[in-house]
Structure formats: C-alpha cells, structure tokens
Design a protein around this ligand. Structure first.
Ligand code: BDR
Ligand code: CA
Length: 312
C-alpha cells in the first residue's frame, strides 16, 4: 500500500486522477491539498470537497495557496478549458463538510512527519504548496518517499506559452524549488501526457456504468470538446498520467537529469534538463540533485490501466 498526498487544482483531469487514486487497491489516499490554478483556490478546495463527498473518499481536504510564491499569473483563469466552476460547468453543489483547518502546506508537513519515508506526493497543479512546505520545514524533503508531478515540457512545446507548461508557468519559482530539493522527483510532462487521450465515446460508455462515473462523464464533456476543437481524438488526461506513473512505473521510459526552471523572461516556466550523460563546464545546474523526467509512455497501456482501475 502506498500512502499518497494528492496536491491538485480540480480541474477536470484532476477529478479523473483523484478518482483513480481513490479506486486503486494499492493506494491509500491520506490527504488532498488544493491550490490555485485551473480556478481560484476557494473553488478548487470546494471542488475537492464536493468530489470527496460524492465519491466517499476518507482523506482530509486542505486549501492552500491563492497565488504563486514567485512570478506567475493568477488573473486569467482557464474557464474555456475547465469551466467557470472549475469542473466543466456542472453547477457544483456546496459540500456539506468543511475543509481541514490547516493550510495545505501544513497538512503536507504534518502527514509527512507522521509517516516518515512512506509518503508519495503526487502534485498535479502549481507547485506552490510543495514549495511552501519546503520553505517551512526543509527537513521533510528527506522524509518523503518520492514526488511525482504533472508538469513540464522537456523536448516538446509548452501549452501556455511555446516554452512552458501551465503548472510550471503558474509558479516557476516554486517548481524550481521542488526540482532542487533533496527528494526524488519524477516529472511527467507534456512530452508524454499529450499522447494519452480518452475519447468522447469512451467517456460516454464509462458514464453509463454507475453514478460515480456518470459524475465523471458529466464534468468531463466540455473539456472533451475543448480538446476535440484542437484536433485531439479526445480529452488529454494529463494528471492521471502522473498517478499511473506512481502505480505502474514500467509503462514509462524515464531519463535522469538535473532540472532547472526559468523564473523570468519570455521563457519563464521552461523546464530545462541537463541530461546526466552530458558533460558541461560549471553551470547553475550543478547545484541541484539529479531528478528524472518521463520521455516515453505506453499510451495504450496507460489508458487500459485507468479504465481497469476506475471500473473495478
Ligand atoms: C495541467 O494544467 C492543468 O490545466 C491541468 O489540470 C494539468 O494539471 C496541464 O498542463
Ligand atoms: Ca491539474
């Protein structure tokens, strides 16, 4: 059983990822922390609580950062992708319960300290909560089992600028801190996630199975339309790819690298790897540990795995 804290900004693909973790037999979801990104943090926390109650998830939900620790934009929420409510314009009802009183970064610190060496952080949004946890309690880096993040564009263009992927762009300083910390990081970025598309027909089929998946279908339909308009076969399930990298790492080909994030200029948010096998003169990359990023994926097997887990 893997203990997991899920740091998220639900968010349509976040919702699928949350349901995947909840249903996976080898995952024990011990905390859900939310951050600004796909919507303001008040909405992402509300959405996480709503999904927790709708799907009967036990883990506490804590609201986190409302804006970045460094440069990054919060003014333009991606309502054309995730809807005005952050969950595909379904009209999210107010949850019955309240969030955990602690800020997200404090919940992360407390849970990691309570389970030293056991917790995996799966982070699929701005890395702000993780960076705050590191600033507040740097020693937790040595107590975390691994960090798997959805973010970055290593050998492909970004999705919010030609240089940057949205989760990294939204708080580049935080992302640079996460790659620089002495915990093992695997970045699952656009290089691989763009290949994993769930079609409208598949989502409709899943939605007919029962109420949990009907909710997932309903909140996904506008998001599918967004990707269809971009000539994708279906919706790109970015965040769930990071979850599958946790449960089924053999479906990914990874590459070791020291990674820095550009924190200013037109390339802000760009993830720049210094591959391990290359030799350079002294650079700023020498200061950070070797991490890893995904450069290949068995997209068909990842989709099958998602389907198997969420329909079991
Ligand atoms: C990432 O940005 C968000 O819109 C998605 O939820 C995903 O985490 C993809 O770039
Ligand atoms: Ca996300």
């Amino acid at each position: 059983m893997q203990k997991v804290i899920f740091d998220t900004d639900p968010g349509v693909d976040d919702a699928l990822a949350l349901y995947y973790l909840h249903r996976h037999p080898d995952v024990e979801l011990i905390g859900i922390t939310t951050v600004f990104g796909n919507a303001p943090v008040a909405l992402t926390a509300r959405n996480a609580l709503f999904l927790k109650e709708a799907w009967g998830i036990d883990a506490p939900v804590a609201a986190g950062a409302a804006g970045p620790v460094g440069a990054g934009g919060t003014e333009h929420w991606p309502v054309h992708i995730h809807g005005h409510d952050g969950l595909g314009n379904i009209g999210v009802p107010e949850p019955a319960g309240a969030p955990d009183p602690r800020p997200a970064h404090q919940l992360i610190i407390d849970l990691v300290r309570a389970h030293p060496g056991e917790v995996s952080l799966v982070a699929v949004a701005r890395m702000t909560n993780l960076a705050r946890a590191l600033y507040e309690a740097p020693e937790i880096a040595g107590m975390v089992r691994q960090v798997i993040l959805m973010g970055g564009a290593f050998a492909v263009p970004g999705n919010i600028t030609p240089a940057a992927e949205a989760n990294i762009f939204g708080d580049a300083t935080a992302a640079d801190a996460v790659f620089a910390a002495p915990w093992p990081v695997l970045a699952v970025g656009l290089d691989v996630t763009r290949q994993v598309e769930m079609t409208r027909a598949e989502i409709e089929e899943l939605g007919a199975i029962g109420p949990d998946l009907a909710l997932l279908r309903d909140l996904s339909l506008d998001y599918v339309g967004f990707y269809e308009a971009l000539r994708h076969r279906g919706m790109v399930v970015h965040d769930c790819c990071a979850c599958v990298a946790l449960t089924d790492p053999a479906l990914f080909r990874t590459r070791p690298a020291r990674v820095r994030v550009l924190t200013e200029g037109i390339g802000i948010g760009m993830t720049v790897p210094a591959p391990e096998e290359m030799v350079f003169p002294p650079t700023d990359w020498d200061e950070v540990p070797v991490q890893a990023y995904a450069e290949g994926i068995d997209a068909g097997a990842v989709l099958q795995t998602i389907r198997r887990v969420i329909t079991a």
